[in-house]
Design a protein. Structure first.
Ligand code: ZN
Length: 103
């Protein structure tokens, strides 16, 4: 039976047992705000990784897969498989490190 009054830092409204301001909708629960910020940062970092690093390699390898020479196509197919294999492992490791660092 705990009642917590939190004053909204934005509009000054007193809120009772609320994570969000009943007047302006701002987050007034500090713990929740920090958690949301952290989630957002992690999401941004993940998006940046997905968007930047692999796309150039992937594009290069995909171009090779359409090469008219069969031997080169096979070479690229193997290369693509190896690259994809390492991308998954390294990606998993980065995710694990970020997860450990973020706690
Ligand atoms: Zn407010």
């Amino acid at each position: 039976m705990s009642t917590s009054y939190i004053k909204c830092p934005k509009c000054g409204t007193e809120n009772v047992n609320n994570d969000y301001c009943s007047n302006c909708g701002a987050i007034i629960n500090g713990v929740l705000e920090r958690k949301l910020e952290r989630d957002l940062k992690n999401q941004d970092r993940r998006d940046a990784e997905n968007a930047e690093a692999p796309s150039k390699v992937e594009l290069f390898l995909k171009k090779g897969l359409e090469h008219p020479n069969l031997i080169i196509r096979i070479f690229f197919k193997v290369g693509y498989g190896i690259w994809f294999f390492f991308a998954v492992i390294i990606g998993g490791m980065i995710a694990a490190i970020i997860g450990a660092a973020a706690g």
